[in-house]
Design a protein around this ligand. Structure first.
Ligand SMILES: NC(=O)C1=CN([C@@H]2O[C@H](COP(=O)(O)OP(=O)(O)OC[C@H]3O[C@@H](n4cnc5c(N)ncnc54)[C@H](O)[C@@H]3O)[C@@H](O)[C@H]2O)[C@@H](O)CC1
Ligand SMILES: Nc1ncnc2c1ncn2[C@@H]1O[C@H](COP(=O)(O)OP(=O)(O)O)[C@@H](O)[C@H]1O
Ligand SMILES: [K+]
Length: 467
């Protein structure tokens, strides 16, 4: 802001917002559309009023509801009025909303804290109750969500679209806030060279492709990494089959399965390429362990033996019951919300409401990377770095998909990816596999998701021209 004339950044943001509205949302391009601007007292309200003004100049009928008329953004309000926009009282907002084609939510942006109150909460309530047929477009963020955590501390807007400026925000990536954002459109306002290291990152195809192990000309099955899988039980033999399947598709050169004979037989029937033995001590050397999926009770000694090897480890599901107080080597924990709630002794709903907070807390406490599964997969490292997975799909909410993920991520650990990279790359590929499986199988099973992994890896590696 210091380098630009006053208001320049806002004008860039407004230009982007109006372009998205006229090209992507309003079929008429704006002419004749009925627009309602909900404007708070801050710059977010300023953006919305300026956008309302520009739309009015293009022939829209624009009404504005000012939450705090004395403090409304002065230049924005002047421009809005000069363009023919009308200010309507809060009491008349319901009528204006009912007839709107487009609602611009400019009540709160990145300055918002603590959820909506008073009139703002009542307006959000009207929108939630479907009292407008128009598209609800959040300016920068759905008003009332917490910008930096993805939490929804109180009443908030639920938008059809969010047009966000300059950079992504945690709220647009992490549920429950992200669920309120609808389709997110990014508008570049030229901040990139001035932004600090992000607190949170979202990988894309090229990032993931660059991190995927690339077998070299002189690689052999050992040098590519051998992953040990300590999973499954008489009660849950399928978990072993799925975890080994995930591991076989994650780039490791070999998968060694440690478990009871009856389960090992099932694993070998499905995956003849896997090597099996009864325990971590006897199965042979590995470079990383995946521990816990479907392991059941009473395998504490095996878990301890695998952990004692001091290798990179992934601990999932039942393995999470046997955690050391802190890890001193590379470790990746993959709890779902219920498991993390148990580890931290809080309610599951609390974990789901504050995913980032709880994943970070557990990462600190155990000195391990924590991959919290669920509607948003958050991967938090003990050094504070966080990655949020963008590829998730609720099609993955099916028994056994977590076992596939554990095997896949363990395989990447054996391929010498760090726990943060292994977890975030695995979650990304797993999400894409879930989407592909949903596209072809409708309601995919974990086996369907597993079956899509090769195509996902192929297309990701193809994206960077890998051989
Ligand atoms: N910072 C930038 O570089 C740019 C910011 N822009 C816009 O400016 C916005 C941020 O503007 P502001 O910093 O003015 O913040 P906001 O417009 O988000 O609002 C802050 C105001 O709301 C009050 N407030 C906070 N929480 C509240 C609550 N729960 N209920 C009622 N009032 C509450 C605060 O006391 C403050 O007066 C961004 O979201 C974006 O829309 C854009 O114009 C582009 C450039
Ligand atoms: N609503 C959802 N949206 C997106 N992904 C989900 C959702 N629910 C679950 N998942 C994903 O599905 C997988 C389920 O794993 P998990 O809970 O361990 O199940 P299981 O133990 O049966 O394999 C995880 O990758 C998780 O992130
Ligand atoms: K907003």
């Amino acid at each position: 802001m210091a380098r630009l004339p006053p208001g320049a950044l806002m004008q860039r943001a407004v230009a982007g917002l109006v372009t998205v509205c006229t090209r992507r949302i309003l079929r008429s391009g704006g002419y004749g559309a009925r627009v309602v601007v909900l404007a708070g007292a801050g710059n977010n309200g300023g953006d919305a009023l300026w956008a309302g003004a520009r739309l009015a100049r293009r022939g829209a009928h624009a009404d504005a509801v000012l939450l705090n008329p004395e403090k409304a953004h002065a230049e924005g309000l002047t421009a809005f009025r000069a363009a023919g926009g009308r200010v309507v009282a809060v009491a008349d907002a319901g009528e204006a909303l009912a007839g709107a084609d487009l609602v611009l939510d400019g009540m709160l942006g990145i300055g918002g804290r603590g959820g909506l109150r008073g009139d703002a909460a009542a307006l959000a309530e009207l929108l939630a109750a479907g009292r407008t047929a128009g598209a609800v477009v959040a300016v920068d963020l759905p008003s009332g969500v917490d910008p930096d955590t993805g939490e929804t501390p109180g009443p908030h807007v639920v938008a059809d679209h969010t047009v966000t400026f300059g950079t992504g925000k945690a709220a647009l990536a992490i549920d429950p806030a992200a669920a309120a954002a609808g389709v997110v459109h990014h508008v570049d306002i030229g901040l990139a060279p001035y932004l600090p290291e992000p607190a949170l990152t979202v990988l894309d195809d090229a990032d993931v492709a660059a991190l995927l192990p690339d077998p070299g000309r002189e690689s052999d099955k050992y040098s590519r990494g051998v992953v040990g899988v300590l999973a499954g039980s008489a009660q849950f033999p399928g978990a072993a089959v799925l975890a080994v399947g995930g591991a076989l598709h994650g780039g490791a050169g070999m998968v060694r399965y440690a478990g009871p004979d009856a389960v090992a037989t099932e694993v070998r029937q499905r995956w003849p390429e896997a090597i099996a033995g009864p325990s971590p001590d006897t199965v042979g050397r590995v470079q990383a362990w995946t521990i816990g999926s479907g392991l059941g009770d009473g395998r504490g000694a095996d878990v301890e033996a695998a952990l004692a090897a001091g290798l990179p480890v992934l601990v999932d599901a039942d393995g999470l019951r046997s955690l050391p107080s802190r890890f001193d080597g590379p470790a990746l924990l993959t709890p779902h919300a219920g498991e993390l709630a148990r580890l931290l002794d809080v309610e599951r709903a609390e974990v789901e409401a504050r995913r980032l907070h709880h994943a970070r807390e557990a990462a600190q406490r155990w000195n391990a990377v924590v991959l919290l599964k669920g509607s948003t997969t958050v991967v938090a490292a003990p050094d504070g770095r966080v990655r949020v997975n963008p590829t998730g799909t609720s099609a993955l909410a099916a028994a056994g998909t977590g076992d596939v993920l554990a095997g896949l991520a363990g395989s990447l650990l054996a391929g010498r990816l760090s726990p943060l990279d292994a977890g975030s790359v695995a979650a990304y590929a797993h999400g894409l596999a879930g989407r592909r499986a949903a596209a072809s199988a409708g309601y995919p099973s974990a086996g369907d998701v597993l079956a899509e992994l090769p195509a996902v890896v192929r297309s990701l590696r193809g994206a960077v021209g890998a051989g």
